[in-house]
Design a protein around this ligand. Structure first.
Ligand code: PEP
Ligand code: MN
Length: 333
């Protein structure tokens, strides 16, 4: 971190500031120019309140020269992280196809979809039991009973499963869940992230509706700094002024996250677009952008889905999508 002091700062003021910074266990390198003095701060600057430093009367400007995320940072971990989910690998050239309904509705529904997506090439089954709905009157998911049905579909299909946690109190229900999802709305629920960091479960962390990529990486850091390094990042679209699509899929997130971090990156074109007709094109674009996997909503009867039917593919559409993605991956390899 670099702090540039205002022209006219006295030596006594400079010395006072240096002592203050040293008390935070930082080394301070001083460079006196003709007009300005520059302080180079070396050490763990993650605890420095950049706004506070910037607001001091003698400080002209403060710049971070290193990212505040450490464990998720590729600089300190150059090789890709590969996450093993019940034998299925994600990242470092291993591609995940996660598919299933938005929410688990009945045993027949989740099992039928599980078998269908598996036959088409999915290697992980998704299904929501705890649903974060905008309206408190909308279907909230089958909760505990939903997890039990998902476990039955796991047994029937042999696919590892992913489902969302909304409250840490439900953690014991997730014992046989292979990946715990933190949804967009909880990306900055820091208590939840820290508690999940104390587990060893792979966590799929979705980008918040209005969060920057740096904020996403800082949230990953909350999990990792507690000891759980099994974090998968997920781009699922962000809020913009465009309303034709449910969200705006920020595909540049894929190469940016790969540049900044060693963690695997998954793209969810279903929540990004909100429209089944757009999902295959954006999934294909995500593969071309280098994603480590996709997560797609599939329902055996989208017209009757209790949640997100409009963006759900039928098993036949999902099958066609997989054939297309395999070809794109071959070209990309
Ligand atoms: C989901 O994947 O079921 C979901 C609710 O997604 P998001 O958190 O991205 O809205
Ligand atoms: Mn959904």
């Amino acid at each position: 971190m670099i702090a540039i002091l205002k022209n006219g700062t006295t030596p006594a003021q400079t010395e006072h500031l240096i002592q203050w910074l040293k008390n935070m266990n930082l080394d301070v390198h001083v460079s006196h120019g003709h007009e300005v003095t520059i302080l180079g701060l070396v050490g763990d600057t993650s605890r420095v309140d950049i706004e506070l430093l910037n607001s001091l009367e003698i400080v002209e400007t403060v710049k971070r020269v290193s990212e505040p995320f450490k464990q998720a940072n590729r600089k300190f971990h150059p090789e890709d992280t590969v996450i093993d989910v019940g034998g299925v690998k994600i990242g470092g050239g291993h591609f995940a196809v996660i598919a299933g309904p938005c929410s688990i509705e009945t045993e027949e529904q989740i099992t039928e979809v599980a078998m269908a997506v598996k036959a088409s090439g999915a290697n992980i089954l998704r299904g929501g039991a705890f649903k974060p709905r905008t309206s408190p009157y909308a279907f909230q998911g089958l909760k505990d009973a939903g997890i039990q049905l998902l476990l039955k579909a796991k047994e029937a299909s042999g696919l590892p499963i992913i489902t969302e946690i909304m409250n840490i109190r439900a953690l014991e229900l997730f014992e046989n869940v292979d990946i715990i999802q933190v949804g967009a709305r909880n990306m900055q629920n820091f208590d939840l992230l820290q508690e999940l960091g104390k587990t060893k479960k792979p966590i799929l962390l979705k980008r918040g509706l209005a969060n920057t990529l740096q904020e996403l990486l800082m949230s990953a850091e909350y999990i990792m700094s507690e000891g759980n390094e099994n974090v998968i990042l997920c781009e699922r679209g962000i809020r913009s002024f465009e309303t034709y699509t449910r969200n705006t899929l920020d595909l540049s997130a894929v190469p940016v996250l790969h540049e900044l971090s060693h963690l695997p990156v998954i793209v969810d074109p279903s929540h990004a677009t909100g429209k089944a007709s757009l999902v295959p094109t954006m999934a294909a674009a995500a593969v071309a952008a280098g994603t480590d996997g996709i997560m797609v909503e599939v329902h055996n009867n989208p017209a009757c889905a209790l949640c997100d039917g409009a963006q759900s593919l039928t098993p036949a559409q999902f099958d066609a999508l997989n054939t297309k993605l395999r070809k794109i991956r071959e070209v990309m390899a």
